[in-house]
Design a protein around this ligand. Structure first.
Ligand code: IPM
Ligand code: MG
Length: 353
């Protein structure tokens, strides 16, 4: 098949990890007889430096016309001034919104050989295989916000806002995914405080009726955060809002031993999907060639699976990563001694593809 993939390397370690994932996609194309075209553009801090804005309308339009978008990471200390009005993260939000990528899928399945790398006791990690479905284009990320001076005092506000239809579409997708798994959905909210969460619960209960073969439970976000580190194996499909999902998925990432391992897919209504590792731009190690490429390589596998519907190819990439890990290949986030560089780790994965 032919596919046009937009690559947005972004900032920090973004260019290093996207280069690794593109190498893997090229190898897949060669082995399986596909033509992938890679189209590189600026997003994040590098786009601010070049154009004064974190994502130009032109690049957004190119992304919208593509088959899929692969993103590295955005941001860094250079653009971190708290008073800045132009910020790298705005590019990411504009992209998610512009692609209508409302559902962010973040699977968490610790590799059996990496259990000792997690700060959690190994016995707690046995059997963990969960997925967080995070709403991605609403919530406090996109509500009204302001910073202002009133009578010599400064205040700021950000507003959590949700429409029923925004909740409905992501919750429905969560139930569809649950149907392929253990048929149980945990909906995470803060309904004891927030009206948004009370609306969320009402919608969950309505949508659940369409899935009589599935069960569900509501859980408050604070207690879900605790359950994630005390009994993660009891969680399968979780669905939650943008902000809670952001926080819970960083927490969930440590179950796998390193944030560097975790991929994500952001999907909308049939438009191009957006694929990115869940880690950030890691400015402290940027340019050193030591970043873990697995999160981005597994994001490329999700791209193959969800946007291009190339299941065998996606399976092949995931199994190559799993075998590299089983056979002891580790980047520095997973092993201090004799760690592999980004390029070496990628070569080990390619060797097993
Ligand atoms: C993530 C990141 C982003 C988010 C940042 C970089 C804007 O933390 O993808 O989880 O908050 O969504
Ligand atoms: Mg985050």
């Amino acid at each position: 098949m032919q596919a046009k993939i937009v690559v947005l390397p972004g900032d920090g370690i973004g260019p290093e990890v996207t280069a690794a994932a593109v190498d893997v996609l090229k190898a897949v194309a060669a082995q399986f007889g596909h033509q992938f075209e890679f189209d590189y553009h600026l997003a994040g801090g590098c786009a601010i430096d070049a154009h004064g804005i974190a994502l130009t309308d032109e690049v957004l339009a190119i992304c919208q016309a593509s088959d899929a978008v692969l993103l590295g990471a955005v941001g860094g200390p250079k653009w971190d001034n708290p008073n800045a009005t132009v910020r790298p993260e705005q590019g990411l939000l504009k992209l998610r919104k512009g692609l209508n990528a409302f559902a962010n899928l973040r699977p968490v399945k610790p590799h059996p050989h990496l259990l000792a790398s997690s700060p959690l006791k190994e016995e707690r990690l046995q059997g963990v295989d969960l997925i967080v479905i995070r709403e991605l284009t609403g919530d406090i990320y996109f509500g009204a916000r302001k910073r202002e001076m009133i009578d010599g005092k400064e205040r700021a506000y950000d507003t959590m806002e949700y429409w029923d239809y925004e909740i409905e579409r992501v919750v429905r997708l969560a139930f569809e995914i649950a149907r392929q798994r253990k048929k149980h959905v945990i909906s995470v909210d803060k309904a004891n405080i927030l009206d948004c969460s009370r609306l969320w619960r009402t919608v969950v209960e309505r949508v659940a009726k369409e899935f009589p073969d599935c069960t569900f439970e509501h859980q408050l976000v604070d207690s879900a955060a605790m359950r994630l580190v005390t009994w993660p194996a009891s969680m399968d499909v979780m669905v939650t809002g943008n902000m809670f999902g952001d926080i819970l998925t960083d927490e969930a990432a440590v179950l796998t031993g390193s944030m560097g391992n975790l991929p994500s897919a952001s999907l909308g209504d049939g438009g191009p999907g957006l694929y990115e590792p869940i880690h950030g731009s890691a400015p402290d190690i940027a340019g050193k060639g030591i970043a873990n490429p697995i999160g981005t390589i597994l994001s490329a596998a999700m791209l193959l699976r969800h946007s291009l519907k190339l299941t065998a190819e996606a399976d092949a990439v995931e199994s190559a990563v799993n075998r590299a890990l089983s056979e002891g290949c580790r980047t520095v986030d997973l092993r201090r001694e004799n760690a592999l560089s980004t390029v070496q780790m990628t070569a080990e994965i390619l060797k097993r593809l």
